[in-house]
Write a protein that binds this ligand. Structure first.
Ligand code: ATP
Length: 354
């Protein structure tokens, strides 16, 4: 078992309300990602789960039992930080073995456990080296191995890939999901990188200013964002938001455009809305009756595609186009909209329309 639940976590540092009522339900065996921008309260949440933070209010349940008063050691959770926190004078082998030595496991059990986890992380050849003789990526693997060797109730990982270069980061993402699959166990993984979150998680909790905005699978968070903020934070390029309102059979933009009103748009006429359009749901090819007029503002070639910035009045659309797309700045363009995939948010509350 390895369920982790948080109820109403609250924590202030002076004026800063770092956690403002955080609820989390991490199922046994999940790869659960807490995603949010810098300062959202991710580390504080993880530290609260680990018992390293004195809370103002709230409770933590592990395997269904109230663990709020338990010491970090009693909680049996393994923490992996972005700084590797290895013992500098010990070899990788001794670093990995250290949690088992603390438990007074036998030498043969330790040997077997270290070799197994070293094999899983492909670090057999590093075992006799000290941290100073390893690259950042290698140290990160050793730090992971040290956490994994313990078989704790759950793993808490705080942006463990942050210090790695891009290539290694991408490699380690795949590696971590593979390890999760082969080892089992519950992972609670904190990151501000939405690509990391979407690619690794079974479930994502999106955190902002100490509050959970939405919990769901990566697909749910991407395709049905609960509010305009989640829509803007998840997805690259960023979702475009256009101010508008419904009027009869139409959506009327503040910038003067009209689009057919989607069947699912239930808002009453005149209520201020934001139309959310993702770059892949917009096209410069003529594909249907839903068209926005604009002008070419910029081109961002990204190899396999080009993101085209199109100005619609004073608002901006990001459109995914073929890599070969070209045009002169200021040139008039028609952008076809896939309205079935569009999002509508209440302009006042920011919440998605049901
Ligand atoms: P990052 O991605 O930058 O690590 P985060 O989402 O992990 O950010 P936290 O580290 O949890 O955010 O911090 C949440 C808020 O609480 C921030 O405004 C931070 O400055 C503040 N904070 C965190 N720890 C302390 C502390 N010990 N003393 C004072 N303020 C703190």
């Amino acid at each position: 078992m390895g369920t982790v639940e948080a109820r109403g976590l609250r924590k202030a540092f002076g004026e800063v309300q770092a956690l403002d009522g955080v609820d989390l339900d991490v199922p046994d065996g999940a790869f659960f990602v807490v995603l949010g921008p810098s300062g959202a309260g991710k580390t504080t949440t993880l530290r609260a789960l680990a018992g390293l933070e004195r809370l103002d209010a709230g409770s933590v349940h592990l395997d269904g039992r109230d663990a709020t008063a338990d010491t970090p050691a009693d909680r049996d959770l393994a923490m992996v930080f972005q700084s590797y926190a290895l013992y500098p004078r010990k070899t990788a082998y001794e670093n990995i073995a250290s949690p088992l030595r603390a438990r007074r496991s036998s030498s043969s059990d330790i040997e077997a456990a270290v070799q197994q986890v070293a094999g899983l992380l492909h670090i057999e050849r590093l075992l006799q080296r000290k941290p100073a003789q390893m690259s950042g990526g290698e140290m990160q693997r050793v730090a992971l191995a040290r956490a994994l060797v313990r078989r704790p109730r759950a793993f808490l990982m705080d942006e463990p890939l942050t210090n790695l270069d891009l290539k290694l980061r991408v490699e380690m993402r795949t590696e971590l999901t593979r390890i999760h699959r082969s080892l089992g166990g519950t992972f609670v993984y904190v990151t501000n990188d939405q690509v990391e979150a979407l690619s690794m998680a079974d479930q994502v909790a999106v955190l902002r200013e100490g509050r959970v905005q939405q919990v769901g699978t990566p697909a749910e968070v991407y395709e049905r964002p609960a509010n305009r903020w989640v829509a803007g934070f998840v997805g690259s390029p960023r979702i475009s938001l256009l101010a508008c309102h419904a009027r009869g059979e139409e959506l009327v933009g503040d910038q003067g455009w009209t689009l057919p009103r989607p069947r699912w748009a239930t808002a009453e006429d005149g209520r201020p809305l934001l139309l959310g359009l993702r770059a892949e749901d917009l096209s410069l090819e003529q594909r249907g009756p839903a068209v926005l007029p604009g002008e070419l503002y910029g081109l961002e070639p990204l190899g396999d595609r080009t993101v085209v910035d199109v100005r619609v009045g004073t608002e901006m659309l990001k459109v995914k186009a073929r890599p070969s797309v070209a045009g002169a700045l200021g040139q008039r363009l028609q952008v076809t909209v896939d309205l079935d995939r569009a999002h509508l948010f209440d302009a006042g509350t920011g919440n998605a329309l049901p």
